[in-house]
Design a protein around this ligand. Structure first.
Ligand code: PEP
Ligand code: MN
Length: 349
């Protein structure tokens, strides 16, 4: 249920409504927008009479949220959520590009790749230290050493860092190194992990599960939001269909669908979405044109020798060209992208 307060409602009135809702057994989440305060009330009893709240001073209206996810829904928060991480804003006008290797492998590989993605205009370094590999015999990641290498490179190049958390036991360690915790497709329904991330304050990038519907994906986001961590961004990374030419089928239509249903930022990962480096640029362009708030792209300084996902990792020069193309596409739909790079290189806008 959503309680929309009047524009001129006082803080005292808001507090009174919250107290009443808590007394009735609801968990209350407050969202203060530019114009008015909205209270999301989750739980309570089915036979609850909304008129009990409607009559309270300062209340404009009470709406039932019919979707099974509540805090993730646009009814709860009509305006877009913008996640602020230092000087970075995810979900605002700027399309945020996160790029880097699938896995951290060596100091040299991390440094060269980071320098390249920064030069091209990425704002966040991506890189795995704990890798969810289909085979137990494949490279599993460098663990803490990988996080150390990634953090060092991100700091040297003034980038934020996103890396995947696979298990609850890694949380304390990961929070020392990363700015964004990535939950991988295989863990989208690891509800124990999601609950714990709800108690954390580090922003979470939640990938869509390999066979998850959009509703299941939003319900997974709800686990994190319900714990109090409102900094959740979603990432479409392709789903499994009968088509086998590409590694997955990238669901571009998920972008406008989720943006209608939810206020959370939506990113797209065309690398895992296609599995082939020659298909990454066209799908990245399509994602930005369709309104994605950001991209997550695998780039490697020497993809032919990568220890994981080499075939889908872009060469730095391909990534650089893609970023130049995105700088043309983004303004066409009222978005901006890495303007500093344009200024630094002396390109006209
Ligand atoms: C990754 O980003 O490296 C990754 C393993 O992604 P996914 O969980 O989408 O497979
Ligand atoms: Mn990968």
């Amino acid at each position: 249920m959503v309680v929309v307060m009047q524009e001129r409602a006082t803080d005292e009135q808001v507090q009174h409504v919250i107290a009443q809702l808590v007394g009735m057994g609801f968990d209350v989440h407050r969202s203060t927008g530019a114009l008015r305060t909205v209270l999301g009330a989750v739980g309570g009893t089915r036979e609850f009479d909304p008129r009990l709240i409607e009559v309270l001073d300062g209340v404009q209206e009470v709406l039932r949220i019919t979707e099974p996810y509540k805090l993730a829904s646009r009814t709860f928060r009509p305006e877009n959520t913008v996640i602020t991480i230092g000087d970075l804003r995810v979900g605002g006008d700027e399309v945020i590009v996160m790029a880097g290797p699938c896995s951290a492998e060596t100091e040299e590989q991390v440094e060269t790749t980071t320098a390249a993605v920064k030069r091209a205009g990425a704002k966040v370094l991506r890189g795995g230290a704990f890798k969810p590999r289909s085979s137990p015999y494949s490279f599993q990641g460098l663990g803490e050493e990988g996080l150390r290498l990634l953090r060092g490179a991100a700091d040297r190049h003034n980038l934020k860092l996103v890396s995947e958390i696979m298990d609850l036991s890694q949380l304390e360690l990961m929070e020392k190194y990363v700015d964004i915790l990535q939950v991988g497709a295989r863990n989208m329904q690891n509800f124990t992990l999601l609950r714990e991330l709800g108690r954390a304050r580090t922003p979470v990038l939640l990938k869509r599960g390999i066979s998850a519907t959009i509703e299941e994906w939003l319900l997974s986001a709800e686990y994190i939001l319900a714990g109090g961590n409102m900094n959740v961004m979603l990432c479409e990374r392709g789903i499994r269909t009968f088509e086998s030419y590409t590694r997955n089928t990238l669901d571009i239509s998920a972008i406008p669908v989720v943006q209608k249903l939810s206020h959370l930022p939506v990113l797209v990962d065309p690398s895992h979405g296609t599995g082939r480096r020659d298909k990454v640029a066209p799908m990245a362009r399509a994602a930005v044109a369709a309104g994605a708030d950001g991209l997550l792209i695998e780039v490697h300084s020497d993809p032919d020798h990568a220890l994981s996902d080499g075939a889908q990792s872009m060469f730095p020069n391909q990534f650089d060209r893609l970023m130049a193309e995105l700088r043309i596409i983004a303004p066409a739909i009222g978005r901006s992208i890495c303007l500093e790079t344009v200024a630094r290189r002396g390109w006209g806008v």
